[in-house]
Design a protein around this ligand. Structure first.
Ligand code: CA2
Length: 171
């Protein structure tokens, strides 16, 4: 079973009942892809000592609140499959990509190549401080193509990453 969360969230001021207005406004707005890799669908259900008690759905809600504050829209996706993550990277219309690639961070040349191919700013994100953990977590293929990396802030890293991406895209 593949859990996929897909959410385009316009900020409150743009949530009109008139659909045309809605689409016209969102087309002009900064759009961010927040992409989550393998096992992150388990957040809040197992290993709370490492990954906390907040679920991925809670994190998506935090991102929706932040999007409203920043005046951006976003897609929120999760997949346990490397190819599906690559398809999201290829297909997104987003201007910037926030990626928690999970364990693929440390193994996937294919995801790194996909990120290079789309030529969009990438912000690498991790819940845990990977540098306090096992040696194998201290190498990242994503860092080679990311303009920044945030780790160790838990779920709070997500809205912080959105703000950083939004500011980066405005430069
Ligand atoms: O700290 C992070 O965000 C990681 O990307 C999480 C990955 C790990 O392989 C990376 O080294 C660092 C693992 C995600 C697994 O998530 C789970 C959540 C709850 C229960 C089990 C796994």
């Amino acid at each position: 079973m593949v859990a996929v969360v897909n959410y385009l969230y316009p900020p409150a001021q743009f949530r009109h009942t008139h659909l045309q207005t809605h689409y016209k406004r969102t087309a002009d707005m900064t759009h961010i892809l927040i992409l989550n890799g393998p096992n992150l669908n388990l957040l809040g259900t197992r290993q709370p000592e490492t990954y906390g008690t907040i679920t991925l759905s809670d994190i998506e809600s935090m991102c929706a609140r932040e999007a409203g504050q920043l005046g951006v829209t976003f897609e929120f996706e999760q997949s346990n499959h490397e190819g599906a993550l690559i398809d999201h990277i290829h297909d997104t219309k987003a201007q910037g990509i926030i990626l928690n690639a999970g364990a693929y961070t440390h193994t996937s040349i294919a995801i790194m190549d996909a990120l290079s191919s789309v030529n969009k700013p990438v912000l690498e994100l991790h819940l845990s401080n990977v540098y306090q953990r096992e040696d194998f977590r201290q190498h990242s293929y994503i860092s080679k193509v990311a303009f920044a990396m945030i780790c160790g802030l838990g779920a709070s890293g997500y809205p912080i990453a959105m703000r950083a991406m939004s500011e980066h895209l405005a430069l």
